[in-house]
Design a protein around this ligand. Structure first.
Ligand code: SF4
Length: 260
């Protein structure tokens, strides 16, 4: 057994057993629990001559004291996070290449193998929706850990050059209002040839996988910001009836709040 399976007393075991079955399958008690009390005593009729318990560390103690990953050792292996994970539901357990699958496997495997190059890829097998955290009875922040593992992989220089470039472009564009607006406008014109009935049925290149089984919503021609500015201009140009004045004041109030 892994070293993190140890609990100090039988009272603590009761809590763990209750949590385990209820979180995993909703049963009141797990269907197999063996209580092994040790080798046969002289007065016992039968039982083992010797009892060996092998406690494996296998990279686990390296997580002790790690501010980001120590909590992963709290896992009771109930598999509740697997049951709710949208990625696991699609790909199944064998794809994780380890005995630990699902969100907990995606965190634990790279840590235990101490391999960010290959096993670190598992950190990307998540939509980061946080469903695993919601379901986890011991509240391990798996989605935060997955982001941290991705960060670690990049810091160790294992990110593909194309990905690095893509994120550089993304950061520059989203870091400048002017560039962001330009990119949003050109996205409309870039996507327009693929749109039909307000949706895109087949995206080109790497986006093709997305539209294999679902529609991609077409970007509206006018952004919210453009519509907001147009509305203000219209209101300023409109004759100042009592109602228009009140509406203008409302918009002005909203703008101040929005800018603030
Ligand atoms: S991470 Fe949480 S939900 Fe997933 S197996 Fe461990 S204890 Fe269960």
């Amino acid at each position: 057994m892994g070293m993190e399976r140890l609990v100090p007393t039988l009272e603590d075991l009761e809590v763990v057993l209750n949590m385990l079955a209820r979180s995993a399958t909703g049963q009141k008690l797990t269907v197999y629990t063996s209580l092994i009390t040790g080798p046969r005593r002289p007065e016992d009729l039968d039982g083992p001559e010797e009892l060996h318990v092998i406690v494996l560390d296998n990279g686990r103690s390296a997580q002790l004291g790690d501010p980001m990953f120590q909590e992963v050792l709290n896992c009771i292996r109930c598999a509740a996070c697997l049951n709710v994970c949208p990625v696991y539901k699609q790909v199944g357990g064998h794809t994780y290449g380890s005995v630990y699958s699902g969100p907990i496997g995606a965190v634990l495997t790279p840590l235990l193998k101490q391999d960010m190059k290959e096993a670190g890829q598992l950190a990307y097998a998540s939509s980061l929706c946080g469903a695993c955290y919601e379901a986890c009875p011991v509240k391990i922040p798996l989605h935060d850990m997955l982001v941290h593992l991705r960060h670690r992989k990049v810091k160790m220089g294992y990110a593909p050059p194309l990905e690095k470039l893509a994120f550089k472009v993304y950061a520059t564009t989203f870091g400048s209002v002017k560039l962001y607006r330009m990119a949003a406008k050109s996205a409309y014109f870039g996507l327009k040839p693929f749109a039909r009935g307000g949706a895109i049925r087949r995206l080109p290149g790497p986006g093709a996988g997305w539209t294999q089984s679902r529609l991609f919503p077409m970007k509206p021609k006018q952004s919210f910001r453009d519509r907001w500015e147009a509305l203000q201009r219209e209101l300023q140009a409109a004759p100042q009836t009592k109602a228009a004045k009140a509406a203008g004041q409302q918009v002005e109030k909203g703008r101040i709040k929005h800018d603030g």
